[in-house]
Design a protein around this ligand. Sequence first.
Ligand code: PLP
Length: 386
Amino acid sequence: MSNKPSKPIMLFDCKTSQNVIGQDKFLNAFKAILNHGAYCQGPETKELDDKLAAFSGTKYCSTCGSGTDALTLALMAWDVKPGDAVFVSSFTFVASAEAPVLLGATPIFVDSDPNTFNMDPKDLQRAIDEVKKEGKLNLKAVIPVDIFGSPCDYDEIIKIAHANGMKVLSDSCQSYGSIYKGKRSCSIADMSATSFYPTKPLGCYGDGGAVFTNNNEENELVKSCRVHGMSPADHYDNVRLGITGRLNSFQGAVLLQKLTVFEQELKERVRVAKRYDNELDSYFGKQKVLDNCQSAYGLYTIYCEDRDELMAYLKDNGIPCGAYYPRPVNTQTAYTKWNTRSLPVCEKLSKTVLSIPMTPYLDNEDLDYIIQTMNTFAASKKSKAA
Ligand SMILES: *Cc1c(COP(=O)(O)O)cnc(C)c1O
């Protein structure tokens, strides 16, 4: 039996990369900002826009204040408004649905695939047919979410959306750096939104986000909405509604530093995931990553029938873990008005899933201990059942 590591195990690790990169690099970059004085959307954020567009393989990237802003700005560029139906995964963080609701649109919640946990294209088709039959709403957009970093079935979802005259906005807030059939996250759907909240695969030290597109007109609309709907020709003429959606230069500087180790961190996440994939007892169901795809492993998530007991047992043994998400969005209080469809897979997932430590910096001592502790739980359950 391997011993409990002397250092605490973390579910997320937003700090170790500072030592890998060197804190002085951050301090020097902050000092440059103090000196040049462009605190919002300064030279750092412009450099970051170019680097992220290159990393993702898109023509345009516009950084902004958060992942929620990114989703909202993309929908604003498409003029999403009251009377529009926006189809969205329900097994997600609330912001995926919050963005269309803030713009007055009607969210239509879609069930998940039980293996990938992502939007089930068959249920998307069913939901579209239901809305069409009712004939009250305008079919506008689909927001699939790469939950826990694992890419959705984009080919199917895009095919269904486009066949119904809708655009697809990828919520890539948990999946920056993932790969779908040779393409990087944020380069697959019509537009994509990501988040740089500290616990995301590419995290800053505050709030941040970005919108990606290959369409110049959409990108210009995003940039205008990001600063209150400002006209590019006359900064004192606001030609549409917008928000305060700028990224501040300090977060831009953090992300430029974090980008220098990001590919290595993604490799380390894959290393950790492979050990879990191969060594965790088959008592635990594992999130399926689609063929020819790679997850960014924002989280590593398993499922089992006695989730709550496992969670208590792991915490007792010094292994942090979390149930993401214990309530699908359609069942949350602010969203009950739109809880119109039965989503049995989302309901089941919310009762059985558990996310276990996933950071680029878990070493073999940590992993040996986590895997053995979990497998001991599985063995005791299996012997009782036998
Ligand atoms: C984190 C997250 C968001 C929102 O990002 P913020 O930067 O916190 O606004 C949206 N969708 C998903 C799936 C997320 O995980």
